[in-house]
Ligand binder design. Structure first.
Ligand code: PMP
Ligand code: GLU
Length: 397
């Protein structure tokens, strides 16, 4: 008898990965699909990082690594945090994992128990809600719409904190909105959270380097919450290394120890070769980051201009990441040949089927009035995709 656990039955599949898979299936059937669904840099991993991985293979880095990662990698991460963020961490506060995805999940598993509340400023990345469910916690959604640039205020935060609040997941620059919290905005949130030292602040900074407004600001810089913050970051986005699967936490020692214990029973240390490649990413030349960011910045402007021309799309100007998250409320309720579009997910499916462009409905990000598309692809593809989206949306009456 096939019967998955209740835990699994209540879990939704990842919509970002599902839409990407659907797009790949259509491509395999010969359809000319443009995939703007999954968010990952379209650049190759820089050569010096690939060379370090090849060298690691030749030097027989083929044995189990320490569970939290090689000391040399964890030292390189500490140096990065000092150099770029002016934050002091020791290697025993760093745990490397199979991507920032596992890092977030590890922390939730370690600090959240049945019935504990986790505040999720929304729109938020699809996986947060499901990871909270896996940890048997309760998602407490704080919604920020396009009119407030998708960013929650200190007052909103304060109003949802209860004695059961165990954690908050803050993502800046944000997936899916691209919004970036300013230093002042983070300080206001920190001042609220400092009054509740039991709340662990999971600061997902995976898009740190894809920031068009200047310097990255981390909530970990504020002394009053320093002992509550777990920074999550990794090499996927900054160094175009999504497939290498290395992320990390920089955390208070008790959380790092807990994640180490969990990981020791669950996955062991992450890939030895990928760790050596990541070490090279942090210790080697950093020009590649700026070059990729400049390319994203150009595409961002292109895509904003084109999206603004689509009737029914209300567009914010994202300060970071590589997503556009238009509010499509005006389109909802319209139909084509009897098919009514009731949500962003309906619209994404319609655009895929009729326009051959893969996007992701805002539903699984907690914002069914929106649509997400990634602009981490070539100018030519973006221009063609936006034309197709415009033509497809025009069919809806
Ligand atoms: N956090 C956010 C906000 C992301 O968008 C992603 C990428 N899907 C991750 C974490 C996970 O990144 P990684 O590839 O390092 O697991
Ligand atoms: N960051 C990407 C996205 O949101 C990767 C896919 C995923 O892991 O969700 O599209």
């Amino acid at each position: 008898m096939e019967q998955v656990s209740a835990r699994l039955a209540s879990l939704s599949p990842s919509e970002t990965l599902a839409m990407s898979q659907k797009s790949n299936e259509l491509k395999a059937q010969g359809f000319d699909v443009i995939n703007l669904s999954v968010g990952e840099p379209d650049f190759n991993t820089p050569d010096h990082i690939k060379a370090a991985a090849k060298e690691a293979i030749d030097q027989n880095f083929s044995f189990y690594s320490p569970v939290p990662g090689y000391l040399s990698l964890r030292k390189a991460v500490c140096d990065k945090l000092k150099r770029e963020n002016n934050l002091e961490f020791t290697p025993d506060q760093i745990v490397a994992s199979n991507g920032a995805k596992q890092s977030v999940c590890n922390v939730l598993m370690c600090v959240v128990g049945p019935g504990d509340e986790v505040i999720v400023p929304t729109p938020a990345w699809v996986s947060y809600f499901e990871m909270v469910k896996l940890a048997e916690g309760k998602n407490v959604i704080v919604k920020a719409g396009i009119e407030q640039d998708f960013k929650i205020t200190a007052e909103q935060l304060e109003s949802v904190i209860t004695p059961k609040t165990k954690a908050i997941i803050l993502c800046s620059p944000s997936n899916p909105t691209g919004s970036v919290y300013s230093k002042e905005e983070l300080k206001a949130l920190a001042d609220v959270l400092a009054k509740h030292p039991q709340i662990v602040i999971i600061a997902d900074e995976i898009y740190e380097h894809i920031n068009y407004v200047g310097k990255h600001e981390s909530i970990a810089q504020f002394e009053n919450v320093k002992d509550q913050v777990v920074i999550v970051n990794g090499v996927s986005k900054a160094y175009a290394m999504t497939g290498w699967r290395i992320g990390y936490i920089a955390a208070p020692l008790w959380i790092a120890k807990a994640c180490n214990k969990l990981q020791g029973q669950y996955t062991s240390g992450a890939s030895s070769i990928a760790q050596k490649a990541s070490e090279a990413a942090y210790t080697g030349p950093q020009e590649c980051i700026g070059q990729m960011r400049d390319a994203f910045a150009r595409r961002r402007q292109l895509v904003i201009n084109l999206a603004k021309e689509i009737p029914g799309f209300k567009v914010n100007e994202p300060d970071g990441a590589f997503y556009l998250f238009p509010d499509v409320s005006e389109i909802l309720g319209k139909s084509h040949e009897g098919k009514v579009i009731n949500s962003g997910a309906d619209l994404a499916m319609f655009i895929l089927e009729k326009g051959m462009v893969a996007t992701v409905g805002g539903d699984s990000f907690g914002a069914p009035e929106c649509l997400r598309f990634s602009y981490a692809t070539s100018d030519e593809k973006l221009i063609e995709a936006m034309k197709r989206i415009k033509d497809t949306v025009a069919l809806l009456k």
